[in-house]
Design a protein around this ligand. Structure first.
Ligand code: ADP
Ligand code: MG
Length: 251
């Protein structure tokens, strides 16, 4: 039997009554939830349900219309908040990798820690090289993104986040732009990070992967959280008919 937890994990994000409107569109509509340290939270739901917008609000790529987001207790969507400092703690991995095409792989990975003063060039390079060794792409360190496969580019994008030693990494459909044979290498790196205790928030349509890795699944529809819970609760025993319909199509 598992030991009862000694203490409740620290809340990383506390999201309360979050609203994001684009003109008349309620992309995110009154979302309240928490994400604790060490959690691997998957956000699933139909296209247009607000998953990306919610994720982008979490690192203030979108400015919430109303509501509150706290990061480690501090209100981040406030005029006095230090957005740049906060963003250094929150990694983001995009569907289309967003690597700098004119920089080598090594430069792509080291630019942020060096520019923000988190590490010297020497330190950042050593850390980048160690991470590249770990994912088997050390040989590519002087290559340019164009010379890499999609799966390799996405693993580099993940390493680029990791080198900042973030508290949490947000993933927005990290495998949706990949050829099927490259999905596995990205998912296995993500699984390794989850096992290592990294806090992760992942938007994906890879429901099998979510079932395997998620500590919690959030299902969104029309800007709202319709249901959240363990993978077995949400995928196998959903209480809301909308989920049954969704999973019957994607599984
Ligand atoms: P999902 O990621 O679940 O597919 P999104 O968060 O991208 O959904 O979008 C939610 C809704 O908000 C959609 O109706 C979408 O068209 C709208 N939306 C998202 N971003 C913008 C934007 N920058 N401008 C206008 N409407 C947007
Ligand atoms: Mg999206």
């Amino acid at each position: 039997m598992n030991e009862p937890p000694q203490h409740t994990p620290m809340p990383m994000f506390e999201i309360s009554h979050l609203v994001k409107e684009f003109n008349a569109v309620h992309a995110v509509h009154d979302v309240t939830t928490q994400i604790s340290q060490g959690e691997v939270v998957f956000i699933v739901g139909p296209s247009g349900s607000g998953k990306s917008t919610l994720l982008r609000c979490l690192n203030l790529l979108e400015e919430p219309t109303s509501g509150e987001i706290r990061f480690k207790g501090e209100l981040i969507n406030a005029s006095h908040a230090d957005v740049n400092k906060f963003r250094q703690h929150v990694g983001m991995v995009f569907q289309h990798f967003n690597l700098f095409p004119h920089l080598t792989i090594l430069e792509n990975i080291t630019i942020a820690p060096v520019k923000t003063g988190r590490a010297t060039r020497k330190e950042a390079t050593a850390q980048a090289e160690a991470l590249l060794q770990r994912i088997g792409l050390y040989d590519k360190r002087h290559a340019y993104p164009l010379q890499l496969s999609g799966g390799q580019k996405q693993r580099i994008a993940i390493v680029r986040s990791l080198v900042m030693n973030p508290d949490v990494i947000l993933f927005d459909e990290p495998t949706s732009a990949l050829d099927p044979e490259m999905v596995g290498e990205v998912l296995s790196l993500m699984k390794e990070l989850a096992k290592g205790g990294l806090t992760m928030v992942v938007v994906t349509h890879e429901i099998g992967f979510a079932r395997e890795v998620a500590t919690r699944i959030i299902f969104m529809d029309r800007g709202k959280i319709v249901e959240e819970g363990s993978p077995s609760q949400v995928i196998d025993h959903p209480s809301h008919p909308r989920l049954k319909e969704f999973f019957s199509k994607v599984l």
